[in-house]
Design a protein around this ligand. Structure first.
Ligand code: SAJ
Length: 427
């Protein structure tokens, strides 16, 4: 006897992907079961409290009160869901190799409760072949069911850009590929209940590689302008003037900006999922490796800019200089610290003997890569140098140029005023 289908979708993982996805399905009238292993997160969600910046509690609470979203730690409730969407982290190991352990563990738990007729979709960013070579055997062996026949299996990469408001989970086109045409059809049917545009591709591998292309495209182009920034420094050309001028081209060009390096849980990591898999085919992804190398040199290059600025403007050595790093989140107007290049820069400045503090209106404190710090009061004039590492829009950078002794601007946050002021040194 099949259990009554109490949920249209079960979503595994209540993170920056899973919670917006759950909310989007619920707002489309679907009944959603959110499964997460962290009990306090589950309890908070069932109280209508969101821990994800992109989903306000005011938006979540009515959906919980209407019974459209319920959270649990129990995979045993999943047979009551028509479809199961996996939105879990795929980090790199310490050896910088793909780490699918979280996804594999969840897949084994799903296999134990999988029932005929369900559709399973992987949303996590991963190497081409993961859905077919890793998830499929785990699900089949754990359930005794056959993929493509007894249950359906597909891959549909997440495209969340944390903090973005113009494109939402509902309005961003969703690529999707199943292990068979019927799996593609069934999975697309699920997503079309909540997502405006579903783009079907022929296989999960095509969907997996589509996502990697999107993020490798960003990593390589960011590395390009970072390399140009280093060359411009030697040629005494303002790289910001050049990237801004290039961006006036209305076709055939896309703006990217130099900076102190690559942060976030995607761009610094995803490309290495492909270079790792490509080696299995005796293929070396030169662009990915080169981009990674260039992007990883940026914190070191920025440290030398600070050292030069202190020397030329203030006749000061780095050693003993008081430095305020302004903005440590990995990108503007969010609190996320993951892989933030500002953390590496702070370590380098500290190792060079500077007395380093940080201020970030979004990040009260952090504990990353062995650094544990708290945000200090914002008093730019109290420091020998203020380094703009992330340009949050809540800071008045014109006022900063007037108040600070010396500014090193790694994001062109000070704009024309910074270019005109002799106490501002730019990347
Ligand atoms: N960065 C630069 N220069 C640029 C753009 C970005 O230095 O021109 C830096 C940022 O400061 C940040 C890092 O790169 O540290 C990543 O920036 P990002 O804008 O790619 O932001 P993410 O990683 O939060 O989101 C990206 C998505 N971003 C956009 O599409 C604009 C998208 O690539 C993916 O949907 C998402 O990663 C993901 O989850 O894969």
């Amino acid at each position: 006897m099949l259990p009554a289908v109490s949920y249209d979708v079960g979503i595994i993982g209540a993170g920056y992907v899973g919670l917006p996805l759950s909310t989007t399905f619920a707002e489309a009238g679907c009944r959603v079961l959110v499964v997460d292993v962290v009990q306090p997160v589950v309890d908070a969600l069932n109280r209508g409290e969101s821990h994800i910046e992109d989903v306000e509690s005011e938006r979540l609470r009515p959906l919980v009160e209407q019974g459209l979203i319920r959270a649990t730690t129990d995979y045993g409730e999943l047979p009551e869901a028509d479809a199961i969407l996996i939105a879990l982290p795929t980090p790199l190991s310490r050896q910088r190799e793909p780490d699918l352990s979280i996804v594999e563990s969840a897949t084994r738990a799903i296999a134990k409760v999988l029932r005929a007729g369900q559709t399973v979709v992987l949303e996590s960013t991963t190497w081409p072949g993961t859905t077919r070579e890793v998830l499929k055997p785990i699900l089949e062996q754990g359930s005794g069911l056959e993929a493509g026949k007894d249950f359906h299996l597909a891959m549909s990469p997440e495209r969340v850009d944390p903090g973005r408001e113009d494109w939402t989970t509902k309005t961003t086109p969703k690529v999707l590929g199943g292990i068979s045409p019927e799996s593609t059809r069934r999975a697309a049917e699920v997503y079309r209940r909540a997502i405006d545009t579903v783009v079907e591709v022929s296989t999960p591998e095509a969907a997996e590689l589509t996502k990697l292309l999107e993020n490798i495209f960003r990593s390589v182009n960011i590395a390009l302008v970072n390399e140009l920034a280093q060359l411009c420094d030697r040629m005494s050309i303002d790289v910001w003037e050049v990237v801004n001028a290039a961006a006036t081209k209305p076709f055939g060009y896309m703006r990217f900006s130099p900076g102190p390096g690559l942060g976030g849980h995607c761009i610094p990591i995803d490309p290495f999922y492909l270079s790792w898999k490509a080696r299995e085919f005796g293929f070396y992804t030169e662009f990915i490796e080169l981009a990674g190398k260039v992007n990883e040199t940026m914190p070191y290059f920025c440290r030398s800019l600070v050292s030069q600025a202190l020397n030329h403007h203030s006749q000061r050595a780095m050693k003993g200089a008081s430095i305020l790093v302004l903005g440590v989140a990995y990108k503007p107007d969010i609190a996320d610290m993951r892989e933030s290049p500002a953390v590496k820069l702070i370590s380098l400045l500290d190792n060079a003997g500077a007395d380093v503090s940080y201020h970030d209106p979004h990040v009260a404190s952090f504990n990353e890569h062995g650094l544990q710090m708290m945000s200090v009061e914002y008093e730019p004039s109290a420091y020998d140098c203020v380094v703009i590492a992330t340009d949050h829009h809540s800071i008045d950078y014109g006022r900063l140029v007037d108040d600070a002794k010396l500014v090193v601007d790694l994001r062109n946050a000070t704009g024309a005023k910074g270019t005109a002021s002799d106490n501002v040194f730019k990347l």
